[in-house]
Ligand binder design. Structure first.
Ligand code: AGP
Length: 609
């Protein structure tokens, strides 16, 4: 995710800002930049790639100031490049902006600026729109111009702005993306995240949504959305830098689990217009393209493959086009039947997984159209695809994938909904009902995440186990696979997942007194069948922990313990039911004192065959 750092004081702003950017490196980025106020002008320098690339071009001692802003970018609009890196400025470089998040109506604003005000854009970013918009409203009062610009902007973002005519201040705005001010002695800071300035100050002020902050050398003044001044007590930060990077969580995995509601909301809401229509930016799948398709392959590895399994259920159901899912390492060597009427969907968090890339090339070579679902903008999978559907999960640092998985699921639903509606195989009412239910998921998930005591207690009881079984039917079976993988990779416990109906064909022979079964029972239409499966294994001594929908109390008569997830339609439960399994794996691994973020033998991105 992008990082913002701003400093105004008496010291060397360049060094302080670069140090702040370094402290935000853990969040992941693809380019970095800095803008300093110097000799009546704003001078911006930026570079694609690592921070050291930027450091080389700002090394000259004359490039210095007492104030400025810096940024590490995680690309969303426009590929990673020098031009697209932040900061961005208006046409005469007098107003400069750094920005985290996305401006949803940037195309509309860009068109207005180009057509009505002859603005010439230099980059592909949504951020540049902000600089030109503020410039349009600027009439000697930066604060007022920022307020006017913000009133026109839709989306979730945090920004920091400086102006050559008002070099005594940095203005920040927070809307659904974090922004925090740091209070120093004769200096003040603004950043997207506390670690950026924790080396210098410990007193911070957290901005609330829709607030604007004016940061000068002497004071920090907050304004609410009605432009009324707001008083706020500073907060004293006593965490160390390491804990601060993880947002106070002991491991990135837990931080990322808690980021899931936001990641889901970002992936969905930014692609919905005011009528609830899905707007697939940059993807040109027209009705005729969809009508031509005779089959869809979804190909991926590991967790991304499990997301593909959900994709098969939902895309096939909504489009009535046959969908096959394959692990990439198998697909590439089995001479699959692919032709120009095939849509090949590659799913990959990193976009660099060698097997997925090779499978994609295989399908492309045979004439398939390639649509990828990728988290890292500009990655190899994204670059080699015809169309890219980005998951907006932000950088995922823990090896065990969590927020990337749920956003991949969200993309599966959106692809199904979009294609099914266009093809006419999905009724309008069903489309709108599903969108409404999807929109409700982030809040339901946030509520679920408020208390994990039950799961923690379960982990305390079972962390010494050598084996665990995961079962489910229908979509629940796909979540069982993912829950089992999560447990395996971070706890090193031998887990086994199987579709519940398959148990009796062999695996049930393994059940004995006390065997632990994590049993997903969230599918209303398969509920009775699942109860029978639970009876089968309990009769042989299994201990059953069930995951079921809130309100479904009947399960308590069959299972030993029940974890309730918020209620939602059957087709959407994977978005919620995977979370208790992620938490269970996390707490078991924690109880076993494992290095949760970096499990043994695993790498975040598997770039070898
Ligand atoms: C997930 O927890 C794993 N670390 C792994 O299975 C991962 O999903 C797989 O290697 C695919 O990676 P990708 O999404 O970056 O292609």
């Amino acid at each position: 995710m992008c990082g913002i750092v701003g400093y105004i004081g008496k010291a060397n702003a360049k060094e302080i800002i670069v140090e702040g950017l370094r402290r935000l490196e853990y969040r992941g980025y693809d380019s970095a930049g800095i803008a300093l106020y110097r000799n009546g002008k704003i001078e911006t320098r930026k570079h694609v790639g690592e921070l050291k690339n930027l450091e080389k071009i700002i090394a000259d001692p004359e490039y210095d100031s007492y104030m400025g802003i810096g940024h590490t970018r995680w690309a969303t609009h426009g590929v990673p490049s020098d031009i697209n890196a932040h900061p961005h400025s208006n046409s005469d470089n007098t107003i400069t902006v750094v920005h985290n998040g996305i401006i949803e109506n940037f195309l509309e604003l860009r068109r207005m600026l180009e057509e009505e005000h002859n603005v010439v854009f230099r980059s592909d970013t949504d951020t540049e729109v902000i600089a030109h918009l503020i410039s349009l409203y600027y009439d000697g009062d930066l604060h007022e111009a920022v307020n006017k610009a913000v009133a026109k902007m839709r989306g979730a973002y945090a920004i920091a702005v400086i102006c050559a005519s008002e070099p005594d201040k940095i203005i920040g705005v927070r809307k659904d993306a974090p922004l925090v001010a740091g209070i120093g002695e004769g200096c003040n800071f603004l950043a997207s995240d506390i670690p950026a300035f924790l080396r210098y100050v410990r007193r911070v002020i957290f901005l609330e949504n829709n607030e604007t902050v004016v940061v000068t050398r002497e004071k920090i003044t907050i304004y609410d959305e009605n432009n009324e001044q707001v008083e706020r007590e500073p907060y004293h930060v006593d965490w160390d830098v390491d804990a601060a990077e993880k947002g106070g969580y002991p491991f990135f995995m837990m931080k990322e689990i808690h980021e899931q509601p936001k990641a889901l909301a970002d992936t969905l809401k930014r692609r919905l217009d005011e009528n609830g229509d899905i707007v697939l930016d940059g993807i040109s799948l027209a009705r005729e393209d969809i009508d031509r398709l005779s089959r869809i392959y979804i190909v991926a590895c590991g967790t991304a493959y499990h997301a593909g399994l959900v994709g098969k259920y939902v895309i096939e159901k909504m489009t009535r086009i046959p969908v096959e899912v394959d692990v990439a390492s198998e697909f590439r060597y089995r001479d699959p039947y692919v032709d120009e009427n095939t849509l090949f969907i590659a799913i990959s968090q990193s976009g660099e997984t060698q097997d997925t890339l090779a499978a994609l090339r295989e399908a492309k070579g045979k004439g398939a159209r390639i649509l990828s679902v990728v988290n890292v903008v500009g990655s190899s999978v994204a670059r080699e695809s015809d169309d890219v559907f980005y998951t907006w999960a932000g950088p995922e640092i823990a090896v065990a994938s969590t927020k990337a998985y749920v956003t991949q699921l969200m993309c599966m639903y959106m692809i199904g909904l979009y294609m099914g509606r266009l093809k006419g195989t999905l009724a309008e009412a069903d489309y709108h009902d599903t969108i409404r239910e999807l929109l409700a998921v982030p809040d339901k998930l946030a509520a679920f995440l408020e208390d994990d005591t039950q799961i923690k207690n379960l982990a305390k009881r079972f962390y010494r186990r050598n084996e665990m079984f995961y079962i489910g039917r229908g979509l629940d079976s796909t979540v069982a696979y993912e829950g089992s993988l999560k447990m395996k990779e971070i706890s090193y416990i031998n887990t086994f997942a199987i579709a519940a109906g398959e148990l009796k064909h062999g695996t049930i022979a393994l059940v004995e007194e006390g065997t632990l079964f994590i049993t997903l029972a969230t599918q209303d239409k398969l509920f009775e069948k699942m109860l029978s499966n639970i009876e089968e294994i309990r009769a042989r001594g299994a201990y059953v922990v069930a995951v079921a929908k809130e309100g479904n109390r009947e399960i308590e008569t069959k299972a030993d313990e029940v974890i309730y997830i918020p209620s939602c339609p059957d087709d959407l439960t994977p978005l919620l039911s995977v979370v208790p399994l992620q938490l269970f794996a996390y707490h078991v691994a924690d109880a076993r004192k494992n290095n949760i973020d970096k499990p043994r033998n695993l790498a975040k991105s598997v770039t070898v065959e």
